[in-house]
Design a binder for this molecule. Structure first.
Ligand code: HEM
Length: 179
């Protein structure tokens, strides 16, 4: 995964727990990378999972909750640093429908080694979008946080249900109903 993702995860942890705690937790986490990440590097997703687990143990928050919070953090990061991807999108459904065929396609052009998930979307009605995520990486909860923050970014509210995750391809289906 791109170093940016790791750099942002550490930033979020620092803002939540403070720098000293973060240094301490990373030291103890037994990371291959030694816990030093740069935006230009690439690191295995297993490191991200380990870091989330380490902060989960430290904080008592579940890995699920932390991944979701991190998804929301990343959506804000994308919004601030890549505003062009949001331009012309009038609502969250338009944005979410554009991730697979447009946004991540551009991301891949910018970063040919990016590790991106697959999405299939279906509009069930004006107010109901079904979105299926699959990936070699176990980041369904992270994706949940991205979707929640995307809805918020467009000043909407929605009920978001996530079905069970299939371990074989980490896939899960979100039912997103704007209220
Ligand atoms: C709500 C909209 C979005 C959703 C639901 C979404 C979903 C995801 C997910 C779940 C991942 C983790 C990789 C995986 O699960 O396999 C990911 C990675 C990524 N996405 Fe998106 N994304 C969204 C918008 C964006 C935008 C606007 C950008 C603009 C830059 C972006 C750039 C990236 C990048 C750079 C990665 C990391 C790739 C890597 O580490 O190699 N995404 N995205």
């Amino acid at each position: 995964m791109k170093g940016t993702v790791f750099v942002e995860l550490i930033k979020m942890a620092e803002s939540a727990f403070g720098e000293d705690v973060v240094d301490d937790v990373l030291d103890k986490a037994d990371l291959e990378s030694g816990g030093a990440f740069t935006t230009v590097g690439n690191y295995p997703c297993s490191e991200l999972v380990k870091i989330v687990e380490a902060f989960s143990e430290h904080s008592g928050l579940s890995a699920e909750v932390l991944q979701r919070k991190f998804g929301a953090w990343m959506l804000d990061h994308f919004g601030e640093n890549y505003p062009d991807f949001f331009k012309g999108k009038t609502d969250s459904f338009a944005m979410l429908e554009a991730v697979d065929g447009e946004i991540h396609v551009e991301v891949r052009k910018l970063y040919p080694d990016a590790e991106l998930p697959k999405f299939v979307t279906e509009r069930k009605s004006d107010k109901h979008l079904e979105m299926t995520y699959s990936s070699p990486r176990p980041l369904a909860a992270f994706c949940h946080g991205l979707i929640e923050a995307c809805v918020e970014r467009f000043d909407e509210t929605a009920e978001i249900d996530r079905g069970p995750t299939r371990p074989s391809d980490n896939s899960t289906t979100f039912q997103i109903k704007v209220t």
